[in-house]
Ligand binder design. Sequence first.
Ligand SMILES: [Fe+2]
Length: 357
Amino acid sequence: MSVLLAVMVYRLLGGGLPPAYMQVVGSVESAAIQRDFFLFFAYAATYFVVNSVAVSGVVALNTERSFRDIWSLNTRGVIGYDLGASAIALLLAWLYTWFQATWQLGSIGLVLVVIPIVAVRHVYGLYHQLQESGQELLQVMVKAIEARDPYTSGHSLRVSQLSRLIALEMGLQIRDVEQVHTAALLHDVGKIHEEFAPLLRKEDRLTPDETELMQTHSARSAELVGIISKFRGFIQESVRHHHERWDGKGYPARLSGHDVPLASRIILVADTIDAMTTDRPYRKRLPLEVVIAELQKCSGSQFDPEIVQRVISSVAIRRLITVGIETSPMPVTVVLSDPNAGRPERRGKPFWKGRRA
Ligand SMILES: [Fe+2]
């Protein structure tokens, strides 16, 4: 459909076969070249628009996500490639005409033209392979931490989905939304280190020394995340500070207010909501009203008030809290990044408050 419509536009604007003006070397007319470039741009643009709109439309319908998000995500960074690749096609058509006109190369000319096309295809293939490897690497990291910590099975996936939703509600650009999503997915990956294993397995409450050690997990997560060059910067810092509090009483750097990276503030809220909205061995998940009341109570102390406000007023997030965040195919057991999750309760305090590590 894309090719058909693009060809129709090309023909309607007066486009035809590759230009004959290349037949004599050196006698290229600039006006003709400009006209052909315009026609080819019209062809490429039509192809790109029809193709991306149709594909994004189908994906949006099937996933119930917004068309704008899907289109922006799928076309971001590839507009240049797509139009550039079309320009290469134009160049090759010209070269072919030129080869035939000047040297009558016949089938050899065809081979000379096909080689660059194969090379471009190969580069595209490598690019996709690289993208896939990145995704697989993420999955391995998440599986590794969830295998280590039975209390957090499915937790990273749910927190990443919720963080993504909050980031969208905050009006972030789609590129930043995806970075928040990745940071949330990896926020506890540092717990893979051996030193945390006995703490994660411990049934009783952690001692002060153990809690102190456990609190190093955010820095260890950032260390691990930083091994991957494209995660350095935004994602790494968001992971490092995911336990900072709005009032500056968090860790590791005791940052406060807007000094805490926005993604870290979002992850903290998502982390807490997930803790409250999943079943625990000794209680069912908490209802929406209780979750909202807790968020409001800690707004301005633990949480960024603006994030709390956005969460509370978001229909999509309220629905997610009500029905539970079901994203993981893995069985959900206990779901807290808190080292004391599933351990005996300290009386007089909310189950998750003051025990986060
Ligand atoms: Fe954590």
